[in-house]
Ligand binder design. Sequence first.
Ligand SMILES: Nc1ncnc2c1ncn2[C@@H]1O[C@H](COP(=O)(O)OS(=O)(=O)O)[C@@H](OP(=O)(O)O)[C@H]1O
Length: 585
Amino acid sequence: MSIRQPSSTAELSVRQKTNINSLWGKTVNQSIRKTSILVLCTVVSWAIFSLIYFITIIDRRSLAVASSSNLRLPAPRDSFKAPQGHGSMIVGITTHTEAVEEESDDISSDGKSLNSLEPITSTDDSEEDPEGDSVTQSSSGDDEEEDVLEGYIESNDAADEHENESQSSLQNIHENVEQVTHSSSGDDEEEDVPEGYIESNDAADEHENVEQVEDLVMNGAQHADENGKLFAIENSVLSDSVQQAEETCDLLPLNGGRYFWRNRQRLVDLDKTKICGPKILIIGAKRCGTTTIADMLLRHPRMRFNSCDLKNTMGGCIVGWFQGALKQGKIFDGDDFTHVRRRMSNGWLDEFGKRLPSTDGITTLTFDKSPSYMDISFFPEVVEYAKTHLPNAKIVATLCNPAERLYSEFHTLLADPYEGYKQLYWDNGVEPPTDFGAFVQLFHNEQICSEKEGFCDTNRKQYLKQGDFLHNLRPWYDTYGKDNVLVVNMDDEPSKIVKKLLHHVGEDLLPESEYPWADVAEPFTTNVNPTYEGRVSSYQYFDDQMKWLEHYYSTQNEELAMFLDEDWPRKWNCRINGDCGRFSW
Ligand SMILES: Nc1ncnc2c1ncn2[C@@H]1O[C@H](COP(=O)(O)OS(=O)(=O)O)[C@@H](OP(=O)(O)O)[C@H]1O
């Protein structure tokens, strides 16, 4: 192919210009294309980088953000009345030392002396939850409210907002802050975050498991973890009032609600103070006048109680689980074994502490009552747990004829609107008894007992064995010592019972002279079954069953009489011994 040569210089020049122009155009186009590609690449890289960064940030959810945003969730519905100054215990969590100092300044400006960056005192409370079942209870069961936003810190200001004048004696209580860790069961379904508590996305996210974070906190994470993520400052000033209280009462944790949450599990209590635990534990026996005893005690002006109505045993004073709060405080017991285990956890103890009235252990005292505490067959751990947390408590047990006690309890079961007692029978394919005769028969129905493995044993434990008084009292005697356990014969005259009670607790704590003797409580019943004619009707309608029961309990009764060195438990055997004439009632 031949190429035509330019015919003139002018044409050559024009063609050269044209070539140059097209070359230039190509070059320019290429540059633009390259630049565009470069820009595009940069944008895409930036976008990818941003995405990764964003995901990382979201994932780690820096504590600094949590701390600085300091978002508050609604105050807990079950806000408790805490001693004044309680809310001043401050723990700061941040990613920067400056922020820590900033927080520390805040605290100082509050007039509270700070001992920042001090080693955190740890407790080995986690040992108390061998199942790793550190469970807290949602107060509401309201799912929406349980979903506390991650990454936020909630300070329970209920303490500050609701200062209770009547709880003035232990104001400004602080403790040498304990950073208590809670073992993790990994059982998330059961871990309902109570509303109003801290939920914080935390350094835990950077660690494979919760234990690492617990270690972190316990071993100096107040400075920083290896990633510079976690700080905790605390006010470790131990006020005089707490020191004094330590000498006068058994202190229980009173948690202000500043918790450190991860994945709906509480890891660390950031803010703790303590409160006097109950001085008196009314442990039972169920249906033997424990409510009357509580009422008698409460009439003493030095006794404190929470705001619940004493008689309101089913009302659910603050949260459903605390029936009537401390009257049925159920600090140590539960509705079944699972609950017992849960309640052994620190979470449960904290919950309990929140519901205690403030007392100083000298001029004011409080008590707890639950007949289940004496239900040793079902709740054997209760005694040790009580001794661990309330080593100086005075134990009170009210006793009555065990056969009549069972009759009374059966009628409360019939009156139970939830009919929960039927479950045991249904579970075993047994028709739930609707009269006392059938109820007693099932304890010794040979056919059923041989066919239904475990049923009779559980059934006896649940009801019959609550009347094995000596068996149920022994662990309390062994653990607390005889001097600290008072057994009350409920057939005694009320003022005699009150005198014994006051003497048992101590004249210095509950002086007789201050008791309103003109207003000694009369026995009252809490049975709501309208068809119930009282326990004396048992002999009229179910004499055979009562005799069977009297035989069953007779050995225990005799042993109890010898153990107590008292004659009155023999009265419960008098029908089968034929010596009722020597007792007057
Ligand atoms: N002082 C005295 N002596 C004997 N019995 C008494 C006394 N005070 C109360 N009661 C009777 O005790 C029954 C209520 O017992 P509790 O308060 O312990 O019940 S509960 O366990 O808290 O449900 C209840 O029994 P029932 O009458 O059979 O229902 C009360 O009548």
